[in-house]
Every structure is written in C-alpha cells, then in structure tokens.
Design a protein around this ligand. Structure first.
Ligand code: ADP
Ligand code: ASP
Ligand code: MG
Length: 437
C-alpha cells in the first residue's frame, strides 16, 4: 500500500553557500510533519568543476588532484559555517572524496564516459550528505538514501536510461519502508547505477528528472522544484526582457517548451508525472510563499508567446556520395545510426539530394557520427548555431527574433510552433579611407 508522499527538488543554485542551505532548511520547516522525499543536486557549480577534474585526469596533465582539492575546500568552507569542527559529517564527506582520489590514482579509464560518471557523481553524494547532516542538526529529522540503490539504468554512461520496472520495484523495497521512519528522506539527483553497481548519470541537469522518477515510483501527491525564478516564465529572463510568469501550464505545453530548450525544467521530467497525473509546482526558493507555476492535467488554455533558445547547435547537411536522391533506405540507415549515437535531433528536413539534421553539439559526437557514415554520405557541419523555438508566435515577435540573424532552417508545426536554426549575421564593415583627401 503506497503512502502519501510529496517530492521536493533543490538544485545547485539553492545550495550554493551556507546561507542558501539555511534558506532550504527554512523552506522545509513548515513541512516538518509531512512525508517528503528531498532530491538534491550538487552544490553551486560543483558539477562543472568536477568535469574539469575528469578532463585533467584523461589528459594526464597532472592537475586533477589540485582541482579536486579546490572542490573539496569549497565544500569544507561551507561545512565550516554550518557545523562544529568535530561533527561526523567531515568524515563522511572525506570518505566520499577518497573514492574519487582512488579513481585518480589509477590510469585514466579507456571508457571516458564511465570514468566521468565515477568522478562527477561525487557532487551529489557530498551535497546530500551535507544537507542531510544539517537538517538533522537543526531538528529536521531525515534519512539518507543512496539514489543508486533505487534508480537502475542501462550501462550507457553519462546518459543512463532508466529501467522502469526494476526501479519501481527497488523504490518499493528501499524507499517505501523508509517512509515509515520519522522525518524526511534525502537523496541525490542525477545519479543511478547499472546492474553491476557502477554509477551512471542521467545527463546534465538531470536532478529534476530524478525527482520525477521518485514521484512516479512512490505515487507522489505532488512534486515541487525550487528554482531561482518565480516559476516558468515566457522566456529565459537572463536572455529576454519583459518576460511574464505563467501561472498554469498543461503537461503538453511544458513538454514542448522544455524539449526545445526552456532550461527551467529538464525535458525528461514531465512525462513520468503526466503518466500518473502528478501535479508539478515550479516555485522560487527566494520567495517560497509565491504561487509559482502549476503544471498539470488541465486542458490547454490560451498562452502568450513563449520563446526557448538552445545554443550550441550543429547543423549536419548530409548528401549521398553517388548523387542519388536521399531515399527511404538512406533515411532508415541514418536513423539507425542516430539511435546508436543517442543523438537528440532537434530539427530535420529532407530535400531531394540532402538530409539536414540539427543536433546539440555535445563533445565530438557530431564528428564521430559524420565519420561513421563517411563511406556512404558526404556531411557538411555548420557549428555555433542557435535553435529558437517559439510557441504561440506572433509575426512581429518572429521578425524581432530574426533581426541580425541568418536563418538556415525554419519550420512551422501546425499553428502553434515555429522553429528556426540561426546564426549571427557576420559583421561586415566598410573599409574606411583613412588617407586625408
Ligand atoms: P537548478 O538550480 O535547479 O539547476 P536551473 O539553473 O537549471 O536550476 O534553472 C533555472 C534557470 O532556468 C533560471 O535561472 C533561468 O535563467 C532559466 N530559464 C530558462 N528558461 C526559462 C523559463 N522559460 N522560465 C524560467 N526560467 C528559465
Ligand atoms: N549536478 C548535475 C548538473 O549540474 C545535475 C543537476 O544539477 O540537475 O548537471
Ligand atoms: Mg541545474
């Protein structure tokens, strides 16, 4: 029999320093007597910093230990503000870092993505240990749960796919009994494990998704993600002016926006919630009493125009080497390899002699893909592009967005969405005649 549980997720920004962690505890106080599963990300930008440890270790440039020590010190500084010197949390956090030191003492692993996951996971592990210890210290009883004991993935490192049946079983076996104990459950976002107990990660920014996995498995009453914005806005406030908060959104609308790059929620988050009609609240940790945004089953309303911009896109123009048309069998061949590489295709277009794909330019994936199909296809790559998605567009807004840009690909999907892949117009300056006439 399932219990009434709510799931909260706190991201890096909400845990970036001692004051932020105290603020999280304040947010949690009113829920003291409720059953909460709290999913936390790595603190601040710890994951980015850990990525540089992995890069340094792979490059054997001798800097990996120094970078790791810097990260360790940042965590110790935060702990020094929250705990007495003899608190047992120091030993727990130290033990976690020692595991990474062991990895660094070995030769770099030949599988970069495997090595990445074994190192980068530590950000969430130490963050959850610190938050767990701090909540207990302030009188908010909580249990620490290793998310890797619950979330089972396949063994594609850095992009583990959740094995849902086993994960549900493991959640019922591990997490459900913990709900009978007093206090909250604290666990980590972003990480899972393979059947051989190797740590995997779910893809960058994956902690929102973890919270949705727990919500699904435990039939949560609702889920709340606490962000540095008042809720879901019509566009990223770091990029656009005059954005407004959306009070309510349908799952469908939220899926469309996040899939195409509205960074406020990880794109995989909504579907598990939609499947069980679990409401999702996006709220501000800066103003926790604010109403936020509610994402739920409600019928589609009318929405204002919304814009999502995904940068770091690469356009691949693929044509056959023998100048034949790009026919069905070519496309089927290409799709198989796209699946093998787990490329997220953001846009595609087919003409008689070429097939265009717009994908996220992650690591050297695009080059490896081009290399893989090189014997049959010629591939031209155009990098440094932006994918702009506009929902509920107005022509004036589209014209504004196109200003100063070259549009390489554009598509209208039914009457609600316009997508375009753009690059900046190169600055052409007139040669000045400096010689005095
Ligand atoms: P977390 O701390 O959980 O990792 P993120 O930094 O990933 O949170 O997400 C919050 C950020 O998402 C905001 O600071 C904002 O700049 C950005 N963002 C992008 N698109 C939107 C949008 N449509 N509405 C709100 N925030 C957005
Ligand atoms: N810490 C991970 C990242 O920065 C996961 C997350 O924050 O959601 O990507
Ligand atoms: Mg994030």
């Amino acid at each position: 029999m399932k219990k009434t549980v709510r799931v909260f997720k706190f991201g890096g920004a909400s845990l970036k320093d001692p004051e932020a962690i105290k603020n999280v505890a304040n947010i949690l106080w009113p829920y003291k007597n409720e059953k909460l599963v709290i999913v936390v990300s790595a603190m601040g930008k710890a994951t980015n910093a850990l990525e540089t440890v992995v890069e340094a270790h792979a490059a054997r440039n001798g800097k990996a230990f120094d970078i790791l020590n810097g990260i360790k010190n940042q965590h110790y500084q935060i702990m020094d503000s929250l705990f007495d010197k003899d608190d047992e949390v120091y030993a727990l956090v130290n033990d976690a870092f020692v595991e990474v030191e062991w990895v660094l003492e070995e030769e770099p692993h030949e599988n970069y993505d495997y090595m990445y996951d074994q190192i980068v996971c530590i950000g969430e592990v130490v963050s959850s240990k610190i938050v767990h210890a701090y909540l207990n210290k302030t009188g908010l009883a909580s249990q620490w749960l290793d998310a890797r004991d619950v979330i089972l993935t396949d063994d594609i490192f850095r992009e583990g796919w959740v094995q849902w049946d086993e994960t549900v079983e493991r959640a019922e076996a591990k997490a459900l009994p913990m709900l009978d104990l007093p206090g909250f459950i604290i666990t980590q976002g972003f990480i899972g494990s393979t059947t051989e107990n190797f740590t995997t990660t779910l893809g960058r920014e994956g902690s929102d998704y973890t919270a949705a996995i727990f919500s699904y498995c435990l039939d949560a009453q609702d889920m709340t993600i606490w962000k540095d914005v008042p809720g879901v806005l019509t566009a990223d406030p770091r990029v656009f002016e005059n954005v407004v908060k959306l009070d309510r959104l349908s799952y469908k609308e939220a899926i469309e926006m996040t899939y195409y790059g509205a960074k406020v929620i990880h794109p995989k988050t909504i579907k598990p919630l939609q499947n069980k009609s679990i409401p999702l609240y996006v709220k501000s940790f800066v103003n926790p009493d604010g109403e936020g945004t509610l994402i739920s089953d409600e019928v589609d309303d009318t929405y204002p125009p919304m814009v999502a911009v995904e940068s770091n896109q690469v356009l691949l123009q693929i044509s056959t080497r023998d100048f034949s048309f790009v026919a069905e069998h070519h496309i089927s061949y290409l799709f198989n390899i796209i699946a093998e590489f787990r490329l997220q295709v953001n846009m595609m277009q087919n003409s008689a002699i070429s097939f265009s794909l717009c994908i996220n330019d992650v690591d050297d994936k695009a080059d490896r893909f081009a290399q893989r199909i090189n014997d049959k296809f010629k591939v031209m790559l155009d990098r440094g592009l932006e994918l702009i998605t506009v929902r509920h567009y107005q022509d004036e807004l589209l014209n504004n967005l196109r200003r100063g840009k070259i549009v390489l690909l554009e598509e209208r999907i039914r009457d609600a969405t316009v997508q375009m892949v753009v690059k900046d117009v190169p600055l052409i300056r007139r040669r000045q005649n400096v010689a005095a006439s």
